[in-house]
Design a protein around this ligand. Sequence first.
Ligand code: GDP
Ligand code: MG
Length: 441
Amino acid sequence: LSDRLTSVFTSLRSKGKLTEADINATAREIRVALLEADVALPVVKDFIARIKERATGAEVAQALNPAQQVVKIVNEELIEILGGETRRIRFAKTAPTVIMLAGLQGAGKTTLAGKLARWLKAEGHAPLLVAADLQRPNAVQQIQVLGERAGVAVFAPEPGNGVGDPVQVARRSIDHARHAQHDIVLIDTAGRLGIDAEMMGQAADIRDAVRPDEILFVVDAMIGQDAVTTAQAFLDGVGFDGVVLTKLDGDARGGAALSVRHITGRPIMFASTGEKLEDFDVFHPDRMAGRILDMGDVLTLIEQAEKAFDADQAAKMTTKFASGENFTLDDFLEQMMMIRKLGPIGNLLGMLPGMGQMRQQIDQIDDKDLDRVAAIIRSMTPGERDNPKIINGSRRARIAGGSGVSVGEVSSLVTRFFDAQKMMRQMAGGMGIPGVPGTRR
Ligand code: GDP
Ligand code: MG
């Protein structure tokens, strides 16, 4: 997907104008890209229609170049469909606020209940976790363990609490929350492996008994296209106000997010990204748009990179990339050293548009090579490093002699540098680095 889009955007960038044929070609590519990301076909069709309409409209005539325009439109539309701004939980006027979770078995409801409870507690609330899944043998125990870890009280079906009857348990939990001063009640419910009338009925009964302020539909991002049928079934059977996507730590492209959002019209509110309680965040439409387009989770990259080397250096590198100007051999060397220093984190550079190719180039250079490259560059005069174009045959021979390598090696380094420089310019002239302010022009 990434390669495909990179090539689309690159070919657009090299042209001056966006013609109707360009738009159609781009639309075709984006269509394939979205389908590869597991977006449902009807959603893809709608999306493409919107893109075409906007691209052929007046906006194209404005300041940006055509390629920038298309990238901008695709990205904006994705963010728009994914929900624009993040929606927060709506709290009830009178406590407790009742939140009910629904979804298939294995979607990650119970895990999410624990995460949400922990998060709400950190936000200053006093949530109560309710074990209303009496289907799975150890479901109650599972939620008790989670409650303990999150430091949150659990309402479990004990004698007097409505043993064996999830509707009863849910109803009683509300009274209990009132007495025990809990301002939020989080009700975990049972799921089935497939959509099932009995399960749907039970969820609807719980809903009617507790009248939740928010029903959250929990869906596994890995199920791809099936997300649409499942979401539709829950919308019809129980109804819901918001969506939680789980298992986003897997390699799902996130097409499910786009489909569910588009088909149900309900906002995606939270994202679950692992088995641990802290693997959880409010949903960020812009990041998901980037993921679907595979433009790279640049925010993550920047965060990780900042941890690995100092922020000053990172800022310098970013501006350098962004400007694409005055990219010298010294910078080239510094960049290679930095990527070596980053080690495995250097792999993250593959997440940046255009950087995948850069990374490949650098991967071809092993550590011993890198030392030779450093020696060659250090044998150059400052003038040569700033402006390698002046490095002619006789200069090459001198540099080769000074650094103890062959003239051929000097030449190949210079060629590699020019390639890198060209790429920098392309990046700078094109879409910039998404998420990094000031890099898009
Ligand atoms: P439920 O049946 O809907 O209650 O699902 P569970 O909460 O029991 O989760 C099912 C399985 O998925 C468990 O093994 C969880 O540890 C795992 N799980 C839940 N959420 C995530 C997630 O965001 N990422 C990963 N990798 N695993 C998850
Ligand atoms: Mg469960």
